[in-house]
Design a protein around this ligand. Structure first.
Ligand code: NDP
Length: 329
């Protein structure tokens, strides 16, 4: 009988609690591929789930963790064989199907991507769902037709996971990048990733005017709220914003002015139910367009035991870049 460490969410009398425990293979959920999880990651959504700050977990008992990378140990699907290195982002894992905060995961093969040879399982989780989402945002801006010659791309919440990876990729693609952060002490860090300009996020926090001076060809926004409204009112004619987050707010207090007077486009980015073809494209592009040394420099590895404490820190905006979670082997 295989035993493995796991965090397990349970609900008693309507109250969720999450504890570290040991599970056996009998506790695995249905699926046609079993993966030995080598690394998981801490994303904002994991922080919300682990600290019970939002109703992320939708069935109990359940292992949290919305992403993982590891090696297939068992498969009844012909696309996967024992020894294959795989990555999984989203697809309801860590929400309605047990996820990455465990030594083993059994999942549906439709959710898994073979890792490109040149990305290790550790690097895959340095990227994680946040980095994958950053790539989806950039793909949306590219498909809109933006090129580096169009001008600066603004990245909000830049010292966080999505933001850090977005800055690094955009810079590698030769876009001039501007960044907003609430942590100006991280300006040197953001410049090391490729931001040419770092601004205080406070200057995007007030109620937005319908239109403001045109400053940005495009933007990657993780914040929502007044930040996104201000960004929209500053986008140049014909530009675009890829919105993926709600770190500030779920609200969007804007007007139609940027859309109907400047032809601005707002793209919504959803990594969870992203179609497989786009997943494959995003992982190939992450392999090609994300500098591995920069990826290492924006990542911190934590122990499995550190997850509760790190989860509180990410919700409090105290985590810089990406957090890799090493599973005990
Ligand atoms: P992080 O916590 O790593 O980064 C979020 C960053 O947002 C913080 O570091 C901070 O950056 C900034 N921020 C925090 N509070 C505020 C605020 N009140 N106003 C403005 N900015 C703020 O999280 P992730 O990078 O993992 O995720 C970012 C967002 O994207 C989250 O909302 C998450 O839920 C969402 N997301 C969505 C996905 C999708 O599929 N749509 C997938 C992945 C993430 P700084 O300190 O630099 O200001």
């Amino acid at each position: 009988m295989i035993r493995f460490p796991a965090y397990l969410a349970t609900k008693t009398n309507g109250v969720q609690s999450i504890n570290k425990t040991e599970l056996t293979e009998h506790d695995l959920m249905d699926g046609d591929v079993t993966v030995k999880v080598e690394y998981s990651a801490l994303n904002y959504k994991d922080g919300l789930a682990m600290t019970n700050s939002a109703p992320i977990i939708r069935r109990y008992p359940l292992v949290p963790g919305i992403d993982f990378a590891g090696t297939v140990i068992e498969s009844t699907h012909d696309r996967f064989n024992p020894g294959d290195r795989v990555v999984l982002n989203g697809c309801g894992v860590g929400e309605s199907h047990s996820g990455g905060f465990a030594g083993l995961a059994r999942v549906n093969s439709d959710w898994l991507v073979h890792l490109p040879d040149s990305i290790s399982t550790r690097q895959a989780m340095a990227i994680g769902t946040a980095g994958f989402t950053a790539m989806l945002c950039i793909l949306a801006l590219e498909q809109h037709g933006l090129t580096p010659a169009d001008g600066h791309i603004l990245v909000t919440g830049a010292a966080g996971g999505v933001g850090s990876v977005a800055v690094a990729i955009l810079n590698k693609l030769a876009y001039p990048v501007s960044a907003t952060t609430g942590r100006l002490q991280e300006s040197d860090y953001l410049k090391s990733l490729g931001a040419s300009e770092v601004m205080d996020r406070a200057s995007f926090a007030d109620k937005a005017k319908p239109l403001a001076k045109e400053r940005w060809a495009g933007a990657v926004d993780v914040a929502g709220g007044n930040t996104l409204a201000n960004v929209l009112s500053q986008i140049k004619r014909g530009g675009a914003v890829a919105a993926c987050g709600l770190a500030e707010s779920m609200e969007l207090p804007t007007t139609v002015a940027p859309f109907i007077l400047r032809g601005v486009t707002l793209y919504g980015i959803d990594s969870v139910m992203c179609p497989m073809q786009k997943r494959l494209t995003a992982w190939q592009r992450l392999d090609a367009d994300l500098d591995k040394d920069l990826l290492e420099s924006l990542s911190t590895e934590i122990r499995f035991d550190d997850l509760p404490q790190a989860s509180s820190a990410i919700i409090n905006g105290q985590i810089r870049g990406r957090t890799i979670v090493k599973l005990p082997q």
